[in-house]
Design a protein around this ligand. Structure first.
Ligand code: SAH
Length: 214
């Protein structure tokens, strides 16, 4: 794996592009600029890595569009040292972005092939603050709860109750919730009095959140 000046230039252009589409968080843009997205692609496809598009990563899944990763990360509003639970490791790219923001990442994937491959990619990149789990994200990870932040990177049919239970007071969950055709981005905040605040942020398209493992 090599990160050339050409790759860095392409990343810089990608950052300009997603900033133009409305991403304003300097630290999120910086993270996108820092993490080599082409490391998450099979070597024959690395040319595709800096288009603002989703791309197949095997097992019928996709690496999310950079704009979508940036949008969810911006809504998540992480602070250094936060414990962040991610549902849907996929390629590992979103986990790397969260790690670059100096959070402690706990990420769950239900597809064994992706669980294996994402760990190899991340190991080569040298991030130490990402913990990988194979399992069904609907269950969350009670043994490591509570989490300051929870991000779901697949289209959820409903807000998984276990995940809400694992969110700390003041914690934020970002979850694309199924509508008829696509998903609506929701941000759920657990308030001091324990109640939940819901906010909606437009339509997106995700692969489905599915039960069980494969
Ligand atoms: N965050 C990923 C996006 C991958 S696409 C990235 O940066 O590349 C969403 C992923 O969610 C897929 O890999 C899919 O297998 C996974 N997924 C779907 N349902 C799940 C569940 N119940 N638990 C864990 N992962 C799930």
């Amino acid at each position: 794996m090599e990160d050339t000046f050409r790759h860095k230039g392409l990343r810089n252009r990608l950052v300009q592009e997603i900033a133009g589409k409305g991403i304003t968080s300097e630290k999120v843009l910086k993270a996108i600029e820092t993490v080599p997205r082409h490391y998450f692609f099979d070597s024959v496809f690395t040319d595709q890595a800096y288009a603002d598009k989703p791309f197949p990563i095997g097992a019928g899944q996709t690496i999310s569009q950079p704009f979508t990763v940036a949008f969810q990360t911006q809504l998540l509003d992480v602070q250094p040292g936060d414990k962040v639970l991610e549902i849907g490791t996929g390629s590992g790219y979103q986990a790397a972005i969260l790690a670059a923001l100096r959070t402690r990442v706990f990420t769950i994937e239900r597809q064994r092939e992706l669980f294996r491959k994402s760990q190899q990619t991340i190991a080569l990149m040298g991030y130490k603050n990402i913990n990988f789990f194979y399992g069904d994200g609907f269950d969350g990870k009670a043994s490591y709860a509570p989490f300051n932040r929870i991000i779901i990177t697949c289209g959820a049919p409903f807000v998984p109750e276990q995940l809400v239970d694992q969110l700390s007071i003041g914690g934020i969950m970002v979850v694309p919730l199924n509508d008829k055709k696509n998903q609506v981005m929701n941000r759920i905040t657990r308030l001091e009095n324990g109640s939940l605040k819901y906010e909606k942020f437009g339509n997106f398209s995700f692969v489905p959140m599915l039960k069980g493992t494969q």
